[in-house]
Design a protein around this ligand. Structure first.
Ligand code: AHG
Ligand code: MN
Ligand code: MN
Ligand code: MN
Length: 336
């Protein structure tokens, strides 16, 4: 374990030595981390803090909002709007973009977030998290509009998530590999606990919501059927399954020990490309996974190459250990 390197020091060194982050981006990441600390505290209080249960409202995707979805969204906005590093924000829990009010200076960056990922796990005390993605405001754009956000994931300048589990862990990339920081509650700071994270190329563990099996497309059925045949089947090995239903926690496991995660398109809602959102769920996670030597596709093409056409666009997701993702993708491309 690397000792005594705080997130602040890591970012300063990235700025000084590697040239990956200008000072405005460093400030932005510090502020996001501080907001995550605040969310972590609210999550930890649980019933004692009165933060469990639903808020009774719906978001633009038609999902019932939990109190913590709204609290986390507010914490992120309040922490980020006044620092001068941002031009605008966008979130799963807001219909349209939030432009930094003109009483504050406008910065160069755009921040997108899923304030609380894994909402269905809040009330049952299972790991949840926050996912974020940072883009650069397009050159020459003054009055920020939604279309300024519609950049491919390959344009991200930073991405990460914070998982609120047995430990609170912040996972980050600025394009120089993946680093993990554990929250030291006594010190009140994130401490570097893992650097240059690498995902094994092969795995014997898959993550998919099996209850949707009857709705899957043929390539997904083909892939999972082969896994389920175990050592007697074409894979010649047994597979284990995990499904936490918090993308942050499933991706965190994959970054830690490998695996493949699928939330594919299915026939329940054929007009939707998938359940997960491209810009603030799939893109940041895909970049982290690629930075750790894994792969991420929508079954046919690299997620980071997709040019979004709207803020809340959805996408089919296959990510994790490279050889498994390539297999699932090949099955899709071979589909008649
Ligand atoms: P969110 O809570 O931000 O709406 O995201 C939930 C997502 C994701 O975290 C998870 O992988 C997936 O929904 C679980 O979906 P199912 O309940 O359909 O398994
Ligand atoms: Mn939601
Ligand atoms: Mn989510
Ligand atoms: Mn969410």
């Amino acid at each position: 374990m690397t000792k005594n390197i705080s997130l602040t020091r890591y970012l300063v060194e990235q700025q000084r030595l590697q040239g990956h982050i200008p000072s405005q981006l460093r400030l932005l990441l510090e502020v996001v981390a501080r907001a995550c600390k605040g969310i972590s505290q609210a999550v930890n209080k649980g019933a004692l803090g009165g933060v469990l249960g639903t808020a009774g409202s719906e978001n633009v995707q038609g999902e019932v909002q939990k109190k913590l979805d709204i609290i986390a969204n507010e914490v992120l906005i309040e922490a980020n709007e006044w620092g001068g590093h941002l031009a605008a924000m966008a979130s799963e829990e807001m219909d349209s973009i939030y432009v930094v009010p003109n009483r504050y200076p406008q910065g160069e960056y755009l921040l997108l977030f899923d304030p609380l990922d894994g909402s269905s796990n809040i009330d049952v005390n299972v790991s949840i998290g926050t996912i974020f993605s940072v883009l650069k405001k397009p050159e020459g754009s003054t009055a920020i509009e939604e279309k300024d956000f519609l950049q491919a994931g390959s344009k991200q300048v930073a991405a990460g998530y914070c998982v609120y589990g047995p430990q609170t862990t912040l996972v980050l990339t600025v394009g120089d590999g993946v680093a993990m920081f554990t929250l030291d509650r006594e010190q009140g700071s994130f401490v570097l606990t893992e650097e240059h994270v690498q995902i094994p190329q092969d795995t014997q563990e898959f993550a998919i919501n099996m209850s949707n099996m009857r709705h899957w497309d043929e390539p997904v059925t083909r892939y999972i059927d082969e896994c389920l045949l175990g050592s007697d089947g074409p894979r010649g090995k047994n597979f284990n399954m995990r499904w936490i239903a918090s993308m942050v926690a499933d991706v965190h496991r994959i970054l830690t020990r490998g695996g493949v995660f699928l939330y594919p398109w299915d026939k329940r809602e054929p007009e939707k490309p998938g359940k997960l959102r491209l810009m603030y769920e799939a893109n940041p996670m895909s970049w982290l996974i690629e930075q750790a030597g894994g792969a991420s596709t929508n079954g046919r093409e690299r997620i980071l190459d997709i040019k979004p056409s709207k803020l809340h666009e959805r996408v089919s997701v296959v990510l994790g250990s490279k050889n498994e993702v390539e297999r699932v993708t090949r099955f899709h491309l071979e589909q008649k």
